[in-house]
Ligand binder design. Structure first.
Ligand SMILES: Nc1ncnc2c1ncn2[C@@H]1O[C@H](COP(=O)(O)O)[C@@H](O)[C@H]1OP(=O)(O)O
Ligand SMILES: [Mg+2]
Length: 288
């Protein structure tokens, strides 16, 4: 059945002679995975089939029809370091996200704040799924029964915990620090890669996620669609710095006002105020 896929990767690098070995390995892994999932009725894929499948992700998305939105590895730097990364899939219907699935293979099942890597009871690997109007659920990646999750109900910023990118190049740590100081947040940031931040926030590990890329950086829809849905259906709010909801209907890019801010309903007014004040201060300090 034909379908539209908006995805981060294309096959250009894999089509080069130097990467032939990698392509062969990928083809084997794909075929092994299909077979181990009981899809033995599908004949094994060739290298060309694999390249073509990757290139299915060239859709432009947009406000009409249905589009799958995929980031096969979100947080590549975290993946390389052995830290957090995510596989993110969302469905757009007439420009709105209606489904989000987020796999976070390195995210602790309990909480990022209580995780003890030396305790063998503390398992890692979470799978989140959220459907419009039906809430957000989380299960272990190896298949425990799903449980409904909800964002933190914390109303006091003093006890709030905030997430930001591990990579300072992806989001201004200075600006985040200014914002949370204004709110009265006392705890240091939890720095994590990928949309795993949305997953952790959706179950109440922390209350605030701030993302302020350098000026001119254009956010892509596959970097936020699934995470947005997981947080929104868990009762959280995701906006740009001016308080506008994220618009996933414009094509491959979000094209938003400065930054992305995420928190619960109760903390959003204080967060929005701190963001506006901090951006003004930063702008005037850059002018002087
Ligand atoms: N300069 C940048 N500013 C903001 N985000 C970036 C930048 N470069 C890459 N990214 C994207 O940030 C995402 C990970 O963010 P983080 O882990 O910090 O939350 C990745 O999807 C990555 O995109 P890409 O996948 O194209 O590398
Ligand atoms: Mg990404």
């Amino acid at each position: 059945m034909p379908f539209s896929l908006v995805a981060e990767e294309d096959s250009e690098d894999l089509r080069r002679e130097e990467t032939r070995g990698t392509l062969v390995r990928i083809k084997e892994l794909v075929n092994d995975t299909l077979a181990s999932n009981g899809m033995n009725d599908i004949s094994p894929l060739s290298e060309e089939d694999v390249l073509d499948a990757i290139d299915r992700g060239k859709s432009e998305g947009g406000p009409h029809g249905q589009h799958w939105v995929l980031d096969p590895i979100d947080g590549t730097k975290g993946f390389m370091r052995g830290d957090q990364y995510a596989i993110a899939l969302a469905l757009l219907d007439e420009g709105k996200v209606v489904l989000g699935v987020l796999a976070c293979p390195n995210l602790p099942l309990t909480s990022v704040t209580s995780y003890d890597r030396h305790n063998s009871q503390d398992k890692v690997g979470c799978l989140y799924f959220a459907q419009l109007g039906a809430g957000t659920f989380m299960q272990s990646i190896d298949g425990s029964p799903p449980r409904k999750v909800h964002v933190s109900a914390t109303t006091n910023p003093e006890g709030a915990l905030f997430f930001e990118s591990f990579e300072a190049a992806h989001s201004s740590h200075d600006l985040s620090s200014l914002i949370v100081k204004k709110m009265g947040v006392k705890t240091p940031p939890v720095r994590m890669d990928s949309q795993a931040k949305y997953g952790a926030l959706s179950r109440g590990d922390g209350e605030i996620y701030l993302r302020f890329p350098r000026e001119g950086y254009r956010e892509k829809i596959w970097d936020h669609a699934a995470g947005y849905m997981v947080v929104a259906e868990a009762g959280g709010i995701v906006t740009d710095a001016a308080g506008n909801p994220l618009n996933f209907s414009r094509g491959r890019y979000l094209d938003l006002d400065t930054g992305i801010i995420v928190t619960n309903q109760k903390l959003m007014p204080a967060l929005s105020k701190a963001v506006v004040e901090s951006l003004k201060e930063r702008a005037s300090s850059l002018q002087s």
